[in-house]
Write a protein that binds this ligand. Sequence first.
Ligand SMILES: [Zn+2]
Length: 465
Amino acid sequence: MLWSLLKILLFVVLVAALTYGANLLMENGPGLRVAVGDVEFVLGPLQAVIVALLLVAAVWLVLKVAGLLVAVLRFINGDETAISRYFSRSRERRGFQALADGMIALASGEARLAMANATKAERYLRRPELTNILAAQAAEMLGDNKKATETYKKMVTIDQTRFVGVCGLMKQKLAEGDTDTAMKLAEKAFAIKPRHGETQDTLLKLQAQAEDWKGARETLNAKLRHGNLPRDVHKRRDAVLALCEARDCAVDGKMAKSHELALEANRLSPDLVPAAVMAARAYVEQGKPNLASRLIKRAWEAQPHPDLAAAYAEIVPDETPQDRLTRFAELTALRADDRETRMLLAELNIAAEDFVEARKSLGDLPETGATVRVLTLMAAIERGQGADDSVVRGYLASALSAPGEPQWICENCGTIHDSWQAVCKNCGAFDAITWKTAPAAPLALPGGSGMLPLLVGGTGAAQNE
Ligand SMILES: [Zn+2]
């Protein structure tokens, strides 16, 4: 505050002094009289200013020469490095100036100028840990990959810039699509700086894409240890990775390990549907059907899902439809109003040939949430109740243009997967596949519902009879 006030005061005083000086110059008639020995000069106002400037330049030069003289005197007195120090100071000044110019050029997008300044700065400074960074960035901006690679490789050999060099090379390999080398570099970068968030993310993504689930879990744990990840996100992702590891173990025939990992995945994230399904199957194989039922019910409470119903059915594979309906009552009592629960009940009742109960289970779904599945169930119910063919056909016809059911869809790119995956097959995003309804796309059948009579026995044929 006081300092700003002083600065303002100083400014006012300076302006006043300049104005006064200029007035003096103007009013002084013939100008300034300067006597050197016997000779007297008379200077006009402008000439006076020029002489003043020349004087300042002369003083600067004298100071420089004096500095050099002092250095020479010191050298003569036995200080051997005095002269080289004098010159290196000036080299240093020029070097840092070039470095600064280079950075400004880089910021304003003048890559060529930045590169020239980087070379100049390196010549004066001989400080590659500073100048290489500028040179590498300038080369990247110029699109000169070869030069950038060379510079990054030089950076890797210097302790202070090793990490930046490795990251630079890694990004280049990623851009080239060489993910194997990129992953090795990411591991190296991670070893140098395990706390670096971006490196953790890149390594994790590459490990997931390479299906190195074990390595990915280690990276994820490091992320949690260094505080870069909320605990619940860590738990969910750890569950996903454990599930993937369990799947791989099952493929390799390591069933005990696979069971252990599936149960761990389910414990970490009870609402992760594929983990619940796999864990339930593990319990069934271990001869523990009650634990399997309990686990499915808990997952159903979180999110009713057809895969869970299928896994629940597998617990007792060879029961009668009536027995199944009775056993499922415990499951369908949970989230009874959910549309998935209602459709499941309808299906179970249709299988048990109780069409009245099946229709009751659907409730108002045909009016409020008609989808392909709801309308197909309605057709089956009508058929079972002995309704006229035209009614059944009516439901099937509207099913053709009805919205679809939820599917496994990548949140990142919208690709539909026929089963849950940890990594999107299209964009490689990790844990991005969720159970949701695809945005409505009009179904374009050639001929539309006009095709239907051919499929289910047409009205035309009926009229002809
Ligand atoms: Zn995707």
